[in-house]
Design a protein around this ligand. Structure first.
Ligand code: MD5
Ligand code: FE
Length: 203
């Protein structure tokens, strides 16, 4: 059930399915303390994806730029702790993909409703690119684009479904990637939404 999609990038189909109820309860507990919000890009656009975070650092954007913050700008409180069930899942997935010893300090939680999308970008706000990023997809399926080292490289599209985990590091760590506009649908556990978690070593 490990599909290598590029050097350093592995897709673990259905990896989180046996754990889905505990995983969803952990996400609910985080969201109860740090709500999903639509943040503003430095260019002044409001993102269609709603976000929150847990861990010692959370990714934020506003007119001042993109960065990791130890506190939630909405509450000024520290982000909720990363639930053990989520950290363990990310560490097990990283190990299965060849990145034993992954120790994430940030988990960005993205919520897509139908119509939301994420344009091609690189994840480069982290201090250390030697650690991989682990991504967990839940709820409605989405098409993600796996590109190359240049924005103009033609991306390959993959469908990500409920429970799929993607690990990318090494030579793939800085590839351009994105998520196409989410199509409408109804997921038995999550309804009309997709939730994606990305576990990172940010600091
Ligand atoms: C998401 N999140 O699904 C996306 C994609 C982000 C972000 O990109 O920065 O929060 S996570 C999975 C992904 C998509 C495309 C390429 C790669 C991973 N990759 O480079 O392997 O919310
Ligand atoms: Fe990204």
């Amino acid at each position: 059930r490990r599909q290598d999609i590029a050097p350093g990038a592995a897709l673990l189909r259905g990896f989180a399915r046996d754990n889905e109820h505990d995983v969803l309860a952990a996400i609910d507990a985080v969201v109860a303390r740090a709500s999903f919000r639509h943040m503003m890009t430095p260019g002044g656009h409001t993102m269609s994806v709603a976000m929150t975070s847990c861990g010692t650092a959370g990714w934020v954007t506003d007119r001042r730029g993109y960065r990791y913050s130890p506190t939630d700008p909405d509450s000024a409180a520290p982000w909720p702790e990363m639930p053990a069930v989520l950290r363990d899942l990310a560490q097990r997935a990283a190990t299965e993909a060849g990145f034993a010893g992954f120790d994430p300090d940030a988990c960005l939680i993205n919520r897509y409703v139908p119509g939301a999308r994420m344009a091609l970008h690189q994840d480069k706000d982290e201090a250390d690119f030697s650690a991989p990023i682990v991504s967990l997809s839940l709820g409605l399926p989405a098409t993600f684009q796996f590109g190359g080292m240049n924005r103009s490289d033609k991306p390959i599209n993959y469908q990500l479904r409920h429970g799929d985990v993607l690990v990318w590091g090494g030579p793939s760590r800085l590839v351009y990637h994105g998520v196409l506009t989410l199509k409408d649908g109804e997921h038995p556990l999550l309804g009309r939404q997709r939730i994606n978690l990305t576990f990172r070593k940010a600091l």
